[in-house]
Design a protein around this ligand. Structure first.
Ligand code: HAM
Length: 424
């Protein structure tokens, strides 16, 4: 076979799509419950949008973007994440002027990152994300976290851990940044070339470097927690109180920095603590991004959100042995005998479907016995047997596959009778 699915991507086959649909249903229902409205942005955006908003020094922008030049000589990038596009759309469509603030949005769609493939890490993956833009109320931070956790809970997951941190505001970050430069500066030669260039541009990134993560200076680096000013510390306390009010447990981790540049104040991740889960335990990540809308010329519109991949959610379900209910079986399979019965059978199929009865018939010229086998394989609850005699008489044989009972039913009464059987 010459062609294969591209590395880091996967086909989601019909045996799997049922699960995806169930997850998407949970997402849609919960977003409706929390009153988040769906937004659909393009799969690609101007490259500069991600450079500016996600950050030039992040791995996502430096190493992982699928960037191309189109025929009009524009640099475009397949979206590696959904927050920058949503904020772009918020500003472009002047959603800050909507009477109903904050604007609460959600999205589900493919994202693209050129990453090393491993279990739970793909080059194309589907993120469900939610963003609440326009409010700096700590309660909305807690709401967003509650929504993410509810998705996992509805999917049946129990082994979850919420990890929380505050990244403070610009003032705290400037002070912390200075401390980091002083800490790493004298020894920067011991770090990778990426970290060397991060020192001046964004020393915080050194803390989540995949190459140098074991370096002792990372463990002893000054903690942001020690640089939080009063306002940031108070905000963080308020977020924690709101979580307490919702009965949500969390762990504070002063080393949680997140891999994207736009965060301030609240940052969080939800991890799987299930034994069966692979090396990557983060299911969901998010945080606050005040100032992001201004960064692209919009007004001040503080925001918070999260994103999770459906792939990792399904892996976590597998690790915890959770499954969705089976797809509902077929209502009826029409078995026809002889050429004369074929067209009437086909006509009946159309009528049954019009009545909302999930029906199927044979398109492979199978003999009666093989048609019965198909009906079994598809777990049809009923079988309609239609031979030339039945056609002549205007009746069908209706067989209940659960108890084997077979009755003769006039075609005119068939749908009524079937609905009774299906409901019963
Ligand atoms: P992120 O931490 O880069 O944040 O990604 C969020 C989630 O997307 C991860 O926790 C994981 O579930 C999933 N994910 C990321 N990369 C991959 C991959 N290669 N394969 C499979 N799943 C992956 C963001 O993207 C932010 N936009 C989240 C956010 C929204 N912050 C505020 N609002």
């Amino acid at each position: 076979m010459k062609f294969k699915v591209p590395r880091g991507t996967q086909d989601i086959l019909p045996s799997e799509t049922w699960k995806w649909q169930q997850v998407e249903k949970i997402i849609d229902e919960l977003c409706d419950l929390y009153r988040y409205k769906e937004i659909r942005t393009p799969i690609f955006e101007q490259t500069e949008l991600f450079q500016r908003l996600v950050g030039d020094t992040t791995d996502v922008v430096q190493k992982e973007m699928y960037t191309f030049t189109d025929k009009g000589d524009r640099s475009l990038t397949l979206r590696p994440e959904g927050t920058a596009p949503v904020v772009r759309s918020f500003v472009e469509n002047k959603m800050f002027g909507y009477p109903d603030q904050p604007v609460k949005l959600y999205y589900t769609g493919p994202m693209f990152r050129y990453e090393r493939q491993q279990a739970g890490r793909y080059r194309q993956f589907v993120q469900f994300g939610a963003e609440a833009i326009g409010s700096a109320d700590p309660a909305i931070d807690a709401e967003v976290i509650a929504l993410a956790l509810d998705v996992y809970k509805r999917a049946g997951l129990k082994h979850l851990k919420l990890v929380l941190n505050s990244l403070g505001d610009t003032e705290c970050r400037t002070a912390h940044r200075k401390a980091l430069v002083a800490h790493f500066g004298p020894h920067i030669g011991e770090f990778c070339t990426d970290c060397q260039s991060r020192l001046e541009k964004n020393p915080l990134r050194i803390l989540d470097c995949k190459v140098d993560h074991g370096h002792p200076l990372i463990a002893s680096a000054p903690s942001l927690a020690d640089y939080l000013n009063e306002e940031s510390a108070r905000y963080f306390e308020d977020v924690k109180s709101c979580l307490d009010n919702l009965g949500i447990e969390y762990e504070v981790d002063a080393n949680l920095v997140r891999g994207l540049d736009y965060y301030n104040h609240t940052a969080f991740e939800i991890m799987s603590t299930s034994d069966g889960f692979g090396a990557i335990t983060t299911l969901c990540g998010g945080g606050r991004y005040n100032g992001l809308a201004e960064e692209i010329g919009g007004p001040s519109a503080p925001g918070i959100g999260f994103a999770m991949s459906i792939e990792r959610l399904l892996l976590a379900m597998e690790a915890e042995g959770k499954t969705f209910q089976e797809e509902p079986a077929l209502d009826v399979y029409i078995v026809t005998l002889g050429e004369q019965a074929r067209q009437p059978g086909f006509k009946l199929l159309g009528e049954l479907r019009a009545a909302g009865i999930r029906s199927e018939m044979d398109y492979m010229d199978r003999k009666m016995k093989a048609q019965m086998k198909s009906a079994d394989r598809l777990q049809a609850q009923m079988v309609i047997l239609l031979g030339e005699d039945e056609v002549a008489e205007g009746v069908v044989q209706l067989k209940n596959m659960a108890n084997g009972e077979q009755v003769k039913v006039p075609v005119a009464e068939l749908i009524e009778k079937m609905k009774e059987t299906l409901l019963g």
